[in-house]
Structure formats: structure tokens, C-alpha cells
Design a protein around this ligand. Structure first.
Ligand SMILES: [Zn+2]
Length: 54
């Protein structure tokens, strides 16, 4: 069993855009929902990142 750290994800609370962190590209990538391109994006993440561990 290989444990892989869950990627960081974020979702805009305004338009619903969802992104995930691409470690290889070191950049955010659109996960599924593109949302509103004109939205300023209000991400549902705060300064403290909480990793998901089970
Ligand atoms: Zn947005």
C-alpha cells in the first residue's frame, strides 16, 4: 500500500470553480467546474491548510 498525500484543492464560493494543485506543474489546474471567468474568485480555503488524512 502506497500512501499518497491528497492534493490541495480549492473551490470558489462565488462561481463554483474548482481547482486542484498540480505538483508537477506547480500551478493550479481546473478540476471540473470552470466557473465564471470574470469572477474574482473567493476560494473556500483559509490561511491554514488542513490536510485530509484518514
Ligand atoms: Zn469564482
Amino acid at each position: 500500500m502506497v500512501e499518497i498525500r491528497a492534493p490541495e484543492e480549492r473551490t470558489c464560493t462565488a462561481c463554483g470553480r474548482s481547482e486542484y494543485w498540480d505538483e508537477d506543474a506547480e500551478n493550479w489546474r481546473v478540476d471540473d467546474e470552470v466557473g465564471d471567468v470574470y469572477c474574482v474568485h473567493d476560494w473556500d480555503v483559509t490561511g491554514s491548510f488542513t490536510p485530509v488524512e484518514k
